[in-house]
Design a protein around this ligand. Structure first.
Ligand code: 13P
Length: 251
């Protein structure tokens, strides 16, 4: 199995002091844990402060979004070069809140993912179905479509830096985690699809995270699945003790 990868998506939370305290608290708690890749994804405005707080630790940093152009008249947007400048290693693309609240399309997400890879960031491509899609037995079709469109044009070599995060929309922030079996079924489907799109070796090496009400109490069970390689954690990543416990459970 690929090295586990646990990332914390802070979403639009924290403030300057809180972001720095959360990051340095984690760096202290996780000192010496090398068997899990760990990243935190703070709001843009706190990236610099978090970079300082985690300097010298094994924690890496990601952004929550990116724009696909390098520079220019794109008011409010942030480029790959800017994110690299403040020490980001990763970037989340296609989070369900950006798809469903901000209206991002698969085509836009694909351009962002491609810009991230080309510019030297490691994208985390989020995919996941709505509750009504699950109830209509459309989960596989919806998720497979998002994976295919998100990865359009991505070469086998570029896949080395891509993580896929399966986040069923109905499980995000609701306290309703997918059952271990529901997560495993979709993760296995994604891995079969990656084998079709690329090959078995790339499918085996691509890390597929689960996200949606992941917390200390369900970490071990979710991670016991053969196709769950990591977690993308929202709410529980805002508390040093909870996020550190999850990482230590995996380690
Ligand atoms: P919660 O862990 O708060 O459900 O959020 C999951 C998520 O959206 C991570 O990107």
């Amino acid at each position: 199995m690929a090295k586990p990868f646990i990332a914390g998506n802070w979403k639009m939370n924290t403030d300057a002091a809180g972001a720095a305290a959360l990051a340095s608290g984690l760096a202290n708690e996780l000192a010496g844990i090398g068997s899990v890749d760990v990243a935190v994804c703070p709001p843009f405005v706190y990236l610099q402060a978090v970079a300082t707080a985690i300097a010298g630790s094994q924690i890496k940093m990601g952004a929550q979004d990116i724009y696909f152009e390098d520079k220019g008249a794109f008011t409010g947007e942030i480029s790959c070069g800017m994110l690299k400048d403040v020490c980001c290693s990763y970037v989340i693309v296609g989070h369900s809140e950006r798809r469903h609240v901000l209206g991002e399309t698969d085509e836009l997400i694909n351009r962002k993912l491609t810009a991230a890879i080309t510019g030297g960031l490691q994208p985390i491509l989020c995919v996941g179905e709505l509750l009504e899609q699950r109830e209509a037995a459309q989960t596989d079709a919806v998720v497979a479509g998002q994976v295919k469109k998100g990865l359009a044009g991505v070469t086998p070599e570029q896949m080395q830096v891509v993580t896929v995060a399966y986040e069923p929309v109905w499980a995000i922030g609701t306290g309703k985690t997918a059952t271990s079996q529901q997560a495993q079924e979709v993760h296995a489907m994604i891995r079969r699809l990656l084998a079709e799109l690329y090959d078995e070796s790339i499918a085996g090496k691509t890390r597929i995270q689960y996200g949606g009400s992941a917390k200390p109490a369900n970490t071990a069970e979710l991670m016991a699945n053969p196709d769950v390689d990591g977690l993308l954690v929202g709410g529980a990543s805002l508390k040093v003790a909870d996020f550190a416990t999850m990482i230590k459970t995996v380690a």
